[in-house]
Design a protein around this ligand. Structure first.
Ligand SMILES: [Zn+2]
Length: 523
């Protein structure tokens, strides 16, 4: 999310951000993760391959080093497997006869935390991995580009316990030494600098720089194309009067975050959101409160304009990464605030960061009302319908969480994003495709996102059926009555996660996080 405070506070904060970046993740210890394996055979799994295909099993999956070597159908459910038909010569085996295996998840909107949240890299990275997230796009690199790239490189070498990191860089003057991005020339220089650094893309947002002025935006996007960089945006209210999402897509923008600029692209009876006369963008209750009253100002579902915008964005292969979860407190503050994982897994510093404050981003509960929540519930209905229509007509929607703000916790609230896409109308297999194959495609990666021979070995293992219930992917599992004992028990939670051929015990990663939190509470 964009941190949007009074301009001077923003500038002061972000100038200091890179210097104040959290410590790098500690080196991976010998007992953290097993592998890569010479020849690992995962026996008898039920496979969900990420393409949208239904579950199939039993299959044996052969992993050699960090690659998937072979996937073999070895029989029928509830029928003994003929041993002679199975792949042979394992250096290590996993009995997956009770496990579902999926591609590693991709969190497309995964800020690494830091100074504001008081979080460490280890804490954030382990929460991600423990929820099956094996790749993250860092949409901004708020800890500084060098920090981001350093951790990306260490993760790529498996020197740390972390997902793959794909850095996108904020278009903010604080990110580089080149000054304000206030002209097409400056815009090009900035993008060239990002490319030279070796980041994967840019995330266009404004912290006072006029990056949404059409000439500057055009230069940013044209240069990004020339440099072969990805692009996405948080097209805030401060820029949308000049350039909405359709305008930006016409200039070459590859995708968007959140919803900003999308309802504005659907206006037919106005050109500017119906701001109350007292509105001040730096008042976060104004900003988020009025955002909840925005979709109803757009052209209605199914209307000519609605369909035209969908068609045009799909024609451009435009990616939508809605981050539904990060706004959820707006429609149900108590749910987000009292989520059961906070007790064990939320750091005290993060908890403080979430509390209402006029000077902290995403802490807009100055006087949040029943009416505000109802507006947001209705707002979600229209937004979700847009996403579902977009998907049904061929558009791609990906999964991002934006955790670390608004009571949303790393890892846990990525799973919540999956649930919210199901609420939007996606079949769970469509949700999983968004979380895996479509994420990979949006990142321009054809080596991850599906379970296929030749792809990198990024896998999620869970002992419950996530298609039946996405809740079983939460680190805290889900409640189910055991019909033998009659007692309620916890089932599920990701069991193992494999990233780049290295197998982690997901429950152990969560125990590590629990210890980090309990140590912090003692202090
Ligand atoms: Zn963000």
């Amino acid at each position: 999310m964009r941190r949007s405070l009074a301009l001077f506070i923003v500038l002061a904060c972000f100038a200091a951000l890179a210097d104040d970046a959290p410590a790098f993740a500690p080196d991976r210890k010998p007992n953290e993760g097993e592998g890569p394996f010479q020849r690992l055979i995962i026996r008898g799994a039920t496979l969900i391959d990420g393409t949208g295909a239904p579950p199939i099993g039993p299959v044996d999956i052969v992993i050699e080093g960090n690659r998937i070597r072979e996937i073999r159908n070895v029989g029928f459910p509830k029928v003994a497997i003929k041993e002679s038909d199975r792949p042979k010569d394992p250096s290590r085996e996993i009995d997956a006869s009770n496990l579902y295996v999926l591609p590693g998840f991709i969190d497309m909107h995964a800020h690494a935390g830091g100074r504001e949240q008081g979080t460490t890299a280890e804490y954030v990275f382990k929460l991600w991995l423990a929820h099956g997230v094996t790749t993250v796009r860092e949409p901004g690199c708020g800890n500084g580009v060098d920090w981001c790239l350093h951790e990306r490189d260490r993760s790529a070498k498996n020197e740390i316990v972390a997902p793959r990191i794909v850095p996108f860089v904020f278009t903010r003057r604080q990110m580089w030494d080149g000054g304000v991005i206030d002209s097409p020339e400056q815009a090009r220089k900035f993008v060239q600098w990002v490319a030279k650094k070796g980041a994967a893309g840019i995330k266009i947002l404004s912290s006072g720089d006029p990056v949404f002025d059409p000439d500057i935006l055009a230069a940013l996007l044209d240069e990004a194309k020339k440099q072969n960089l990805g692009s996405t945006t948080h097209l805030s209210q401060m820029g949308v009067a000049r350039t909405n999402i359709v305008d930006a897509a016409r200039l070459g923008l590859r995708g968007m975050e959140h919803w900003y600029g999308l309802p504005e692209s659907l206006f037919t009876d106005r050109t500017i959101q119906n701001f109350p006369t007292s509105y001040n963008y730096s008042d976060e209750q104004h900003r988020f409160g009025e955002a909840g009253r925005l979709w109803k100002q757009a052209a209605p579902p199914g209307s000519e304009k609605w369909n035209a915008v969908i068609d045009e964005l799909i024609k451009d292969h435009f990616n939508i990464d809605p981050t539904l979860t990060i706004y959820e407190a707006s429609r149900d503050l108590m749910r987000a605030m009292r989520a059961e994982w906070h007790d064990k897994y939320t750091l005290p510093s993060l908890w403080r960061w979430y509390q209402p404050s006029r000077a902290a981003h995403g802490a807009y509960w100055f006087d949040w009302t029943t009416a505000d929540e109802i507006e947001w519930k209705n707002n979600y209905r229209i937004w979700m319908q847009f996403l579902n229509d977009y998907k049904n007509r061929g558009g791609h929607v990906t999964t991002g969480s934006d955790s670390g703000y608004i009571f949303k916790l790393y890892g846990f609230d990525y799973i919540r994003e999956l649930e919210l896409l199901q609420e939007a109308g996606f079949h769970p297999l469509e949700v999983i495709r968004s979380a895996t194959m479509w994420g990979a495609q949006a990142l321009g990666r054809d080596d991850i996102g599906v379970v296929r021979p030749g792809k990198l070995a990024d896998l999620v293992f869970v002992d419950q059926n996530p298609v039946a219930n996405l809740k079983v992917l939460y680190g805290t599992g889900w409640i189910r009555v055991n019909d033998t004992t009659g007692a309620a028990e916890r089932v599920g939670g990701v069991k193992y996660v494999m990233k780049d051929g290295i197998l982690y015990d997901a429950k152990q990663l969560l125990r590590d996080v629990e210890n980090i939190v309990s140590d912090a509470k003692k202090k």
